[in-house]
Design a protein around this ligand. Structure first.
Ligand SMILES: Nc1ncnc2c1ncn2[C@@H]1O[C@H](COP(=O)(O)OP(=O)(O)OP(=O)(O)O)[C@@H](O)[C@H]1O
Length: 315
């Protein structure tokens, strides 16, 4: 969906991105060429339209060509999607260690351990993507980080002043759908001026009517943005994002990636969206076999590794 028109692309998502870029590049080339032609014809007509008979005839002929080009329909300039304002407020630094796992062992029941003896730290300059098979324990690791779950053995040390915010889809599901985004924020953060709340929602691309209509009338993507605004208002030092892009379109995902890259806090991301991981993660950690291992390579290498493994029938 672009410029209020729906264009259909075939193929997968990567192909779509590539095809769209190529089409837009060609369209822009054609557009520039036509505009140059038009400009030079117009200039000729303006200069020579009232000149000698011969030049005036040529100017008339150019005028006809120009009219014909316009009748035939000119190439439109590529309309860039509106860049969404998506912005997390910057926070000051906390000295490391900010979040430390010391010999952490965890299982929902002691006879079925998900992690054994985890030792690692996450700081405010950490940009980590957690990957691994379904059910390996990625969401569980995030919950151990926030303190929602406690280790069976070992400990998770958090800096005294650390503010952690966690995004997951269930938050959006729990919203009171009769309230508007603005009412929700005012209720959650009492004592703040309406204008401030409007601005804080606006920072996530939700403006005008979308702020005041009941949230039942918003799209899933818009509700996700309400949650982002709600999390950001707490000015977290660290964002834990569990599948944040499930309901977001490409442009919003790109805005999220940009916002994360401009932000100065720490991030741990669980996502199946390799494109997002590629944009924002500096480290890939693999959760598997009761442990967490740093992947020595980028996410594209990891994707190849998964494909190769699937080819061998291991998954
Ligand atoms: N509250 C719970 N009680 C008992 N077992 C649970 C609970 N939550 C998750 N599990 C189990 O713990 C394991 C790890 O789950 P977790 O959701 O952390 O995995 P994940 O890597 O995030 O998976 P996915 O990619 O499918 O979201 C799974 O086997 C899951 O069934």
């Amino acid at each position: 969906m672009q410029n209020k028109k729906l264009k259909l692309y075939t193929g997968n998502y990567d192909q779509y991105v590539q095809t769209r870029e190529e089409l837009e590049e060609n369209q822009m080339k054609q557009y520039r060429w036509e505009q140059e032609q038009i400009a030079s014809m117009k200039e000729y007509i303006a200069r020579f339209g009232h000149g000698s008979a011969k030049l005036a005839r040529q100017a008339q002929s150019k005028e006809k060509t120009l009219a014909k080009m316009e009748r035939g329909g000119l190439t439109e300039k590529v309309a860039k999607d509106k860049v969404l304002v998506f912005r997390f407020p910057n926070v000051g630094k906390l000295p490391p260690p900010v979040l430390q796992f010391v010999e952490v062992t965890f299982g929902y029941t002691p006879d079925n351990l998900i992690y054994k003896n985890l030792d690692f730290g996450v700081d405010l300059d950490s940009r980590v993507a957690l990957v691994g098979p379904n059910g390996a324990g990625k969401s569980t690791l995030l919950k151990l980080m926030t303190g929602e779950l406690v280790p069976l053995d070992g400990m998770v040390r958090r800096h005294n002043h650390l503010r952690i915010a966690q995004f997951h889809q269930h938050l959006a599901e729990k919203l009171d759908m009769e309230l508007s985004a603005l009412q929700f924020m005012i209720k959650e953060y009492r004592g703040n001026e309406e204008e401030k709340m409007r601005a804080s929602i606006g920072r996530f691309g939700l403006t005008g009517k979308a702020q005041v209509m009941p949230m039942k009338n918003l799209s899933d993507g818009q509700r996700s943005r309400v949650i982002f605004a709600w999390l950001a208002f707490r000015q977290p030092h660290m964002l834990l994002l569990d599948e944040p892009t499930n309901h977001l379109d490409i442009e919003t995902i790109d805005s999220l990636a940009e916002a994360l890259n401009e932000w100065d806090g720490g991030m741990v991301l669980v996502s199946h969206d390799f494109r997002l991981i590629n944009q924002v993660a500096h480290e890939i950690w693999v959760c598997e076999n009761q442990t967490v291992t740093r992947w020595e390579g980028d996410i594209m290498d990891f994707k190849l590794h998964l494909k190769a493994r699937a080819g061998l029938g291991d998954e």
